[in-house]
Design a binder for this molecule. Structure first.
Ligand SMILES: Cc1cc2nc3c(=O)[nH]c(=O)nc-3n(C[C@H](O)[C@H](O)[C@H](O)COP(=O)(O)O)c2cc1C
Length: 170
C-alpha cells in the first residue's frame, strides 16, 4: 500500500473477527517495532504480546471493562522506562502503520490499571512504566463501511493547529 493510503486508512478498530493473526504478519509487526527510532537509540522499552484468550479477558477487565479489547486476537502491552514515553509511542505508531498495511485493525487502550496487568508485569520485562495496551487483529463488522475518510474524521483543520514559520506553538 502507498504510505498516503496507509495513513488515510488507519483508524481505531473496536470490533474484531476471531481470525488469528499469522506468525508471518506478527513478525512484520515486530520488525516495524525494531526499526523505529528512539532518542540516542536507547530503545528503552519492551513489548509483551498476549494471545491467550483467558489472559486477554482479564486484561480487558483491567482496562476499565473495555470488553471489546478481549476480542482482539493479539493484545500487546507497551512497557517503557520513566521518560521513555515518546520513544515507545513512536515505536507503537510504527507498528500501527505496519499493521494497517497488513490489513489488520488496531486500537490503542490508554485506560487500564497497570498494577493488575495479569500474567506478566512491567517489572518482569525489566521496565517500570506501562504506558499503553494495544489490540491488533482482523477488523470485524464496521471495517470498510465508513464513507468518510477515516484519517480526517473528527480532526481539526490544519490552519487551527499548525503555525508555519511564525515561531508560535501549535
Ligand atoms: C494514547 C491513546 C490512548 C487511547 N486509549 C483508548 C482507550 O482506552 N479506549 C479506546 O477505545 N480508544 C482509545 N484510543 C483511541 C482514540 O480514541 C482514537 O485514536 C481517536 O478517537 C481518533 O480516532 P481514530 O484512531 O479512529 O483516528 C486511544 C488513543 C491513543 C493515541
Amino acid at each position: 500500500m502507498e504510505l498516503r493510503d496507509v495513513l488515510a486508512q488507519r483508524r481505531s478498530i473496536r470490533k474484531y473477527s476471531k481470525r488469528a493473526v499469522s506468525g508471518r504478519k506478527l513478525r512484520r509487526l515486530y520488525k516495524a517495532l525494531q526499526l523505529a527510532p528512539s532518542g540516542a537509540n536507547k530503545q528503552n522499552y519492551a513489548f509483551i504480546f498476549v494471545t491467550d484468550a483467558e489472559k486477554r479477558r482479564q486484561i480487558a477487565e483491567q482496562a476499565g471493562h473495555q470488553e471489546f479489547l478481549a476480542e482482539a486476537p493479539v493484545i500487546m502491552a507497551a512497557v517503557c522506562e520513566p521518560g521513555g514515553g515518546f520513544n515507545v509511542a513512536i515505536a507503537v505508531d510504527h507498528m500501527v502503520l505496519a499493521a494497517t498495511d497488513e490489513g489488520l485493525g488496531t486500537c490503542w487502550w490508554g485506560c487500564f490499571d497497570s498494577g493488575g496487568f495479569p500474567g506478566t508485569s512491567a517489572q518482569t520485562a525489566g521496565r517500570s512504566s506501562l504506558p499503553g495496551l494495544f489490540g491488533s487483529g482482523w477488523g470485524g463488522v464496521g471495517w470498510g463501511r465508513c464513507t468518510w475518510s477515516p484519517g480526517l474524521h473528527g480532526r481539526t483543520g490544519t490552519r487551527s493547529r499548525f503555525r508555519v514559520g511564525c515561531g508560535t506553538s501549535c
